[in-house]
Ligand binder design. Structure first.
Ligand code: BEZ
Ligand code: FE
Length: 275
């Protein structure tokens, strides 16, 4: 059979993990083609789809990740990578819009650079270790879209690194920053991922969320998102990333407060040796 011939062709000195992955990939791919009785023109359509996704990708847009995301693959990998963290804060997909090099900002600073003044939110909380001890010196890397639903690298009208910032927890484990109440937004749908969504009768929207990457020495890196509990599309996120424990309340701030809303969100990290 072709499947066993392809697997037998993998050389003996292949890295064992690569061998495990390739054997399973070949066997699932062949079974998939047999299951759906895939014909040559359908196969070619699939190949052309992948070529178009690659051609559309550049440093500002990764169409291949978008395709994986709308098929739920990044969420499956996220669950496999971070799933066994017990009672600590749950993870959520990274997505294609993270950028390294966000500015390090003082506690309580605003990540809003373009002067947007409406729907501001103070997000604050404590970063704990898995035993409930506050963690000083943890870093939080934050990013979100502007009210037009675009990340700064998608939008020439936004300043570089708008709505991105890094923060460190103080001696009491506390962090705080000012951002904007996030809006729902469509993932880019003018390419192959969007075509596929349309063919499957699906919408491209994600519910309003703010992304976090939290790092602390001796702890597992946490990649996550918090979701506005009142957001639309919580039940039909285009990339299947919503988890109940990541829903937060945007409470109206007291009169004369610096922001319109306050979110309290504590984070609990997993020890590196529990990973
Ligand atoms: C995001 O939340 O930035 C995102 C995640 C997956 C696909 C597209 C966007
Ligand atoms: Fe996002």
């Amino acid at each position: 059979m072709i499947t066993s011939a392809v697997i037998a062709a993998i050389s003996d000195d292949t890295d064992p993990r690569l061998r495990e992955i390739m054997e399973a990939l070949v066997s699932h791919l062949h079974d998939f083609a047999r299951d759906v009785n895939l014909n040559t023109s359908e196969w070619l359509e699939g190949m052309n789809f992948l070529v178009r996704a690659g051609q559309m990708s550049n440093e500002k847009r990764n169409e291949v990740i978008l395709v994986a995301d709308i098929l739920g693959l990044e969420s499956v990998v996220d669950a496999l990578t971070f799933g066994a963290s017990g009672d600590t804060t749950e993870s959520a997909v990274l997505g294609p819009f993270y950028r390294e090099g966000a500015p390090m900002l003082p506690d309580g600073a605003s990540i809003v650079q373009d002067g947007s003044q409406e729907q501001t939110v103070l997000v604050q909380g404590v970063v704990f270790d898995a035993n409930g001890k506050p963690l000083a010196g943890a870093t939080l890397d934050i990013w979100e879209t502007a009210p037009n639903g675009l990340y700064e690298q998608q939008d020439p009208d936004q300043p570089d690194m708008n709505l991105r910032g890094k923060f460190a927890t103080g001696p009491d484990g506390r962090y705080s920053f000012i951002g904007l109440r996030p809006v729902e937004y469509p993932i880019p749908f003018d390419g192959p991922a969007g075509d596929l969504l349309q063919l499957m009768g699906r919408h491209p929207y994600r519910p309003g969320h703010i992304h976090f990457i939290v790092n602390a020495p001796g702890h597992k890196k946490l990649i996550t998102q918090i979701f506005d509990r009142d957001a639309s599309y919580l039940d039909s996120d285009a990339v299947f990333a919503v988890k109940d424990s990541l829903l937060v309340d945007f409470s109206p701030a007291p009169k004369n407060a610096a922001t319109d809303y306050i979110v309290n969100y504590d984070i609990e990290l997993t020890s590196a040796d529990q990973a």
